[in-house]
Each structure stands twice: as structure tokens, then as C-alpha cells.
Design a protein around this ligand. Structure first.
Ligand SMILES: [Zn+2]
Length: 120
């Protein structure tokens, strides 16, 4: 549930990258955190994160579940800690890391610019 592959935002980011001529691998299980999108040649990865689960500093993380709030908040805190750890490990291994947030898909042009500048 928390770390699910092929989510809607992920597919949208992949389409955007394809449309701009980029080629890449998916879900590299040999790398910390199993990055969603992987550019092996240039050693760059992209994570596409849901704002709620990964506690993005945006309006969506303030959506709280009505039941079992403590349980879910605990899970989300662990997810954030794991994200930080994975990012640190990837950097130590010489990989570039970009996190794309679900909410960024609402402004496609800004996101495309951010992707292109990260990958160039
Ligand atoms: Zn967000």
C-alpha cells in the first residue's frame, strides 16, 4: 500500500519523460529504496511520491485519516525516515536523487522544466 509501483502520478511522470525523449529503467530493486525511475548511464534516479504518505509540505499532508490516526501517522513518520535514509545512501553511492511530488503534476510545465533541468 505504502510503497506501491505504477501509481497514477508515477505513470504521468513517465509519460512526460517519454514525450521529452528520455529513456530509463523502472523500479531498480538493486538500489536503496527501489527508485521508481532510473537513468543508469548518468546515475540519476527519480522518486515519485504521494504527498500524503510521504508527508510533503503541502496541503495534502494535512488530510488526516478519520480512524486509526495514530497508527497511520506512525507509518507515515517511518516512511519519511526511510526516504531520508535511502536518499543518503544513494548519494553516498554517487547517485543523483530527485523527488517528484504528486501535487507537482498539477502544473505540468513547471514539472517538465524541473525534470529537464535535473536530467541535463
Ligand atoms: Zn504535495
Amino acid at each position: 500500500l505504502i510503497k506501491s509501483a505504477n501509481t497514477k502520478p508515477e505513470i504521468a511522470v513517465r509519460s512526460m519523460l517519454h514525450a521529452n525523449g528520455y529513456r530509463f529503467r523502472l523500479h531498480a530493486a538493486d538500489l536503496p529504496g527501489t527508485p521508481d525511475i532510473v537513468f543508469r548511464g548518468t546515475r540519476k534516479v527519480i522518486f515519485v511520491n504521494g504527498c500524503f504518505w510521504h508527508s510533503h509540505e503541502c496541503q495534502w499532508r494535512r488530510v488526516f485519516p478519520k480512524t486509526n490516526a495514530t497508527f497511520w501517522n506512525d507509518k507515515r513518520m517511518k516512511t519519511v525516515e526511510r526516504d531520508k535514509l535511502n536518499e543518503r545512501r544513494l548519494s553516498q553511492l554517487g547517485w543523483g536523487v530527485l523527488t517528484v511530488w504528486e501535487c507537482e503534476l498539477r502544473s505540468a510545465e513547471l514539472l517538465r522544466d524541473r525534470l529537464v533541468s535535473y536530467l541535463s
